[in-house]
Ligand binder design. Structure first.
Ligand code: FEO
Ligand code: CA
Ligand code: CA
Ligand code: CA
Length: 587
């Protein structure tokens, strides 16, 4: 019918109201389904979830915990690869009778390690709408689990092989094991997936025992240098000694990178790209600039940390030929890393940090700049932001959108006060920054900026929705991930709604007279945050990850705070939402 062939356009759905329901809500005229949930089989022949019999071997073949990034890579009109990461685990919601991390068996620690990482799952269209489901049948050659337990990665770029990355188990400093705390990410123009290693600090102990000159480099990344066993550490050293920095001080340097996986080549070794720097990487999103170089935009999600971009040395080759693809797979291995300085007059600079083996930061080598990038940002006076989460360029306009999720320390005590791009003290609700690169050139070293959305209850005078009538917009708090539909509308998901209702997904036009007309599209169940989102290229489907449902103080597997999605106990998973008439999402 007409709806099924219509292209994405202006937003027309009726906003759903804020709520606290233990279910997933979509607007009238839409439906949704769970595509994959924790414990679902990924590898052919994998067992289903049985929490009373869970082992690391079973978990290594099953969908992991707490998916955050969601990407969908088409194989054909009706087949695609769902690629997600698994950021972290809620042991109290995974193991019957859980009491403390110390009381877990070593096998249970290994289950948690296997529930981290990434999954690649072949999916198929279910009917004529935008509904998708896990593909059926034993022949699923792309299906893959990448875990923190045992998957080998390869370092690329200027810091690969450096002494800072060498350990007893890997004296070459080129082959780290596993990926940790992967948060947001992006699908590249050549069909791979990038994912950011974020809060890796919580996996390490023994920072008190490292050499004195190493301590500040751990501390700047949130690793305790005073406690043997910092509170909140995940106790993984009980299963693998490498997480004890007293024995293996360089192991922490092997996390905090952007990883790239090629889901179309199931045998390929995933890579960690040192040219993109090391920090609490939220994610990375790539756009092809007008001159053919590729530009990756990246946030460091910590209060008062920085916004970065990487510009490749080489140019993108169009086409799906083996030659073009092999070339494009090397684009993130060499280039220039920049950090943002934002001025009060609506302009900003990208400050060069390193290019190849050349450092632009006094007193630091290029390898040091790339491995201790936060310290480099400190030295050059980069702008301290309110927690830069997902940073994504619009493919329609080339403008870049930064989710600044919140910063309740802004202007509090001895912390930095407000600045033009971070204008609120005790910023509970966050805001969205728009960057417009000079001359529309994503490789430019200057930009203009504005704040189209300052989040919160629209009745709060400090909020702003691009000047749109605030009686017509949905309340929003703690923007985390952003995405675009084919018409260039901006979609925003939230984490930690400080207005008291459940988290959700929102959409707003970002150009023209409707700019700022923000509407809530979806809410997630009790205790969950909304991750993804990902809108398919045909605009028929939006995928979201329902992360940590039931994560409330005092909740456990035996006493769940959420029973989503099956009515028994909470299972984080990935959902697809679609229009009942098969039309474009949102329009
Ligand atoms: Fe994992 Fe920055 O959120
Ligand atoms: Ca996030
Ligand atoms: Ca995104
Ligand atoms: Ca977040």
């Amino acid at each position: 019918g007409a709806a099924a062939t219509k292209k994405a356009g202006p937003i027309t759905f009726k906003a759903i109201p804020p709520n606290k329901l233990d279910t997933l809500i979509v607007p009238n005229g839409y439906d949704h389904a769970v595509v994959m949930r924790w414990g679902d089989p990924v590898l052919p022949g994998a067992p289903g979830l049985d929490v009373t019999r869970q082992t690391a071997r079973r978990q290594s073949q099953q969908f992991g915990y707490n998916a955050d990034f969601v990407g969908v890579i088409p194989l054909s009109r009706n087949r695609a690869l769902l690629v997600v990461n698994h950021e972290y685990t809620n042991e109290e919601l995974m193991f019957p009778g859980f009491t403390t991390l110390d009381a877990m068996t070593v096998e249970q620690v290994k289950v948690a390690m296997a529930a981290h990482g990434m999954s690649v799952v072949e999916i198929e269209r279910a009917g004529r709408t935008g509904r998708w489901r896990a593909a059926d049948g034993g022949n699923l050659p792309y299906n893959r689990r990448i875990t923190a337990l045992e998957t080998k990665f390869r370092f690329t770029g200027p810091a690969a092989g450096s002494p800072l990355l060498q350990t007893a188990a890997d004296p070459q400093g080129r082959t780290p094991i596993g990926t940790l705390n992967n948060c947001a990410g992006g699908v590249t123009p050549w069909g791979t997936v990038l994912s950011g290693e974020e809060n890796f600090n919580q996996y390490f102990v023994g920072g008190d025992a490292v050499a004195d000159d190493v301590k500040p480099k751990l501390a700047r990344y949130g690793i305790s240098t005073t406690a043997r066993y910092p509170s909140g550490s995940r106790k993984w050293e009980r299963a693998q000694e490498r997480f004890d920095l007293a024995e293996h001080p360089n192991e922490a340097n092997r996390f905090g990178w952007i990883v790239e996986i090629d889901p179309l080549d199931p045998q390929s070794r995933p890579r960690k790209h040192t040219a993109l720097g090391r920090f609490k990487h939220e994610g990375a999103n790539v756009i092809v600039a007008r001159n053919g170089k590729v530009v990756a935009y990246m946030g460091d999600d910590e209060r008062f940390d920085y916004l970065y971009k990487f510009v490749s040395d080489k140019k993108f080759l169009k086409g799906d030929s083996g030659v073009a693809r092999r070339h494009n797979l090397t684009l993130l291995e060499s280039g220039t890393l920049y950090v943002a300085k934002i001025n009060g007059d609506g302009t900003g600079q990208w400050i060069k940090l390193a290019h190849g083996n050349k450092s632009y930061v006094p007193g630091m080598t290029a390898v040091e700049v790339l491995t201790f990038t936060r310290l480099a940002g400190d030295k050059v006076g980069a702008t301290k932001m309110d927690r830069p989460e997902d940073v994504e360029p619009s493919k329609v306009t080339g403008k870049v959108y930064v989710a600044l999720t919140n910063n309740t320390n802004r202007g509090v005590g001895t912390n930095p006060g407000v600045d033009p791009a971070n204008p609120r003290v005790n910023n509970k609700h966050g805001h969205v920054l728009e960057l417009v690169e000079s001359r529309g050139d994503n490789t430019a070293d200057t930009f203009a900026w504005s704040l189209p959305i300052i989040c919160g209850d629209p009745a709060d005078p400090s909020t702003y929705f691009a000047g749109y009538d605030k009686t017509q917009v949905s309340p929003i708090s703690c923007p985390d991930n952003v995405a675009f539909d084919g018409a260039g509308n901006l979609w925003i998901s939230t984490d930690g709604n400080a207005l008291g209702a459940n988290d959700g997904l929102f959409a707003t036009p970002i150009e023209g007279p409707e700019r700022g007309h923000l509407r809530q599209f979806l809410t997630v169940p009790t205790g969950a945050e909304t991750c993804g989102p990902f809108i398919t290229a045909d605009d028929r489907s939006v995928f979201v990850a329902v992360q940590h449902p039931g994560e409330l103080s005092g909740a456990s597997l035996d006493k769940p705070a959420s029973t989503w999605p099956d009515g028994d106990f909470a299972k984080p998973g990935v959902v697809v939402a679609w229009r009942l008439d098969g039309g474009p999402i949102g329009s």
